[in-house]
Ligand binder design. Structure first.
Ligand code: FES
Ligand code: FES
Length: 165
């Protein structure tokens, strides 16, 4: 039988402790505890839909061990939805307004990497945005509308605008 461990961390601003088998991924720990806003796609680190921020840095939760978030702060798309971060709310509004969502399966992960981009001072620059979201796959939209949404958000929060395609 596998060794059980206790993992204590902050999830969307609230302290939580979960008991998991030592080899459990962060993705499995979150979803097994009803955090279904974190999507499970490939479970091999390829698609990015499971992305969360750990102490502000994006992690593909399927290839992150649960034990790695001990004492850390984990933010999921639910934390953005119910939090008071203006850029996070604008990002979600603009994903809707720009038509950046079709089936929506990629959306939570793309919101998280876009948030990381903006948190790190990202500007309205389509090339830079493309690079920032490059680890996340979308099978529906062709990416242009996703990039438009991040670009629009960067402009709305007063970031410099750089024209390129
Ligand atoms: S489910 Fe984690 S990268 Fe695809
Ligand atoms: S909207 Fe369907 S995978 Fe991106």
């Amino acid at each position: 039988m596998s060794e059980m461990i206790k993992v204590s961390f902050t999830l969307n601003g609230k302290p939580v402790t979960y008991n998991v088998a030592a080899q459990t991924s962060l993705l499995r720990m979150l979803r097994d505890n009803y955090n279904y806003d974190v999507k499970c796609g490939c479970e091999e680190g390829d698609c990015g839909t499971c992305t969360v921020l750990v102490d502000g840095v994006s992690h593909k939760s399927c290839i992150t061990l649960a034990a790695q978030v001990e004492g850390k702060s984990v933010l999921t798309v639910r934390g953005i939805t119910y939090g008071d971060d203006e850029a996070g709310h604008l990002l979600q509004k603009n994903f809707v307004e720009c038509g950046s969502i079709q089936c929506g399966f990629c959306t939570p992960g793309l919101i998280m990497v876009s948030k990381e981009y903006l948190n790190n001072g990202g500007i309205a620059d389509r090339s830079a945005i493309r690079r920032a979201i490059s680890g996340n796959l979308c099978r529906c939209t062709g990416y242009k509308k996703i990039i438009d949404a991040v670009y629009k958000t960067a402009k709305e929060i007063g970031r410099e605008e750089r024209q390129n395609v």
